[in-house]
Design a binder for this molecule. Sequence first.
Ligand code: BES
Ligand code: MN
Ligand code: ZN
Length: 495
Amino acid sequence: MNVTIATATLPKTGALILPAVEGTSLLPTAEAVDKAMSGGLKRAMKAADFKGKAGQVLDVVAPEGVGVSRLYMVGLGAARSVKQAGLETAAGTMVARLNAARVKQASIAADPIADADLSDADIAAHLAMGAQLAAYRFDGYFTKQKPDQKPTLTKFAVMTKAQARAKKAWEIQSAIAQGVYLARDLVNEPPNILYPESFAKKCKALTSHGLKVEVLGEKQMEKLGMGSLLGVGQGSVRESQLVVMRWEGGAQNAKPVAFVGKGVTFDTGGISLKPGAGMEDMKGDMGGAAAVTGTMLALAARKAKVNAVGVLGLVENMPDAGAQRPGDIVTSMSGQTIEIQNTDAEGRLVLADALWYTQDRFKPRFMIDLATLTGAILVALGEEHAGLFSENDKLSDQLSEAGKASGETVWRLPMGDAYDKLIKSKFADMRNIGGRNAGSITAAQFLNRFTNGVPWAHLDIAGTAWQSGAKPTSPSWGTGWGVRLLNRLVADNFE
Ligand code: BES
Ligand code: MN
Ligand code: ZN
């Protein structure tokens, strides 16, 4: 689907969408259309009890007096509550409706909204963004899709009087959407196609966007002493990889911001094998690495004025004869030893070396890791928030704010010495699991031991990287969660 910013001229074909604000008079374009229809729009609104509530849709088939064959109104809620996420949801909802109605072309009127906190250009750009995010499809593996299963909508135009400024704002949003699309693709890909080496190859291809990309194989990681990460991959025939991506858009000597992603391309649990039911979801256990990759692409595509590094620990957790055992003791790059008590607590083992490497090499301003780390975070927060763990209040606040602004929200949970004690081991510096309680927190305490005092935050995205049902701006299983959050964090605080 092609999303464009267009002039405010009313279209002659396809569908016309008129957003409406609850509790006030019609927006200017809707008012003009109602006049052309001799009051027919207001009559339809009254008949359908359409008040412009957020998410409410009015469908007028074959309206008289206007050229288009279909006319829709979509509610935005009260003017003061109109924000980025609401506009995106409204446009996203309409994309699904238009496809269901087999519409091929649509135009949406992006009128300025008095009392809303957004400029007219931003209103247009976020309507475009919502449509773009909603148009995502992952259907490349269907060979027998019938025409009526395919989307019809090919053109989505956002009409605005602020065309030049809206185009600029849309260029930025469109770069972010590219990052979200990439992250979703990576999460949705099957694990026989996306494994550490093929993932790394996709990262290499991002050099065309101006990213610098290095890939370390097992030999190089052995030299660096990454026994913790390598232990996880040793039961797989696929070679483990560490990917380092750099975007240098900031001042030459400015310290970078750093993002680190868990990239377990499939998590069987290893020798501590997972139950079979639902195991196919573990193809998404690289959701953290996908979010980091998508963020790096977004930053590069919009030429962000920041230096950023993205580090991915890519492994496959399999249980073959070479696999590590419960009871094994491994030595991490930091020199700290770890007793493996459960091979299914593998994400933290991967991140331990990836985090240590990142701080050691780049001395970053901060590190944020993203990981589908614990089932326990789903129990605590469901699919609505990612878990945020950090000893740094400032970074935590910045992340919380960026979450609210982008719609990818986080919820902070506690850390501390009492939790840290729970990962003591009888035989080594630590063990890789705590007890039954506070499973997401003990995982975070584990990671904390590999940060070397650098400002750090951990996002447990096991509940947000993929989803059980579709949402207006997130139609597929893989959500691409994290790209918009991290992009927003950078844009608001580090550029
Ligand atoms: N990848 C899983 C966590 C997970 C579970 C993500 C469900 C998404 C949905 C992780 O590697 C894992 O297996 N964690 C264990 C830790 C336990 C052994 C301490 C878990 O959560 O059960
Ligand atoms: Mn696991
Ligand atoms: Zn895992």
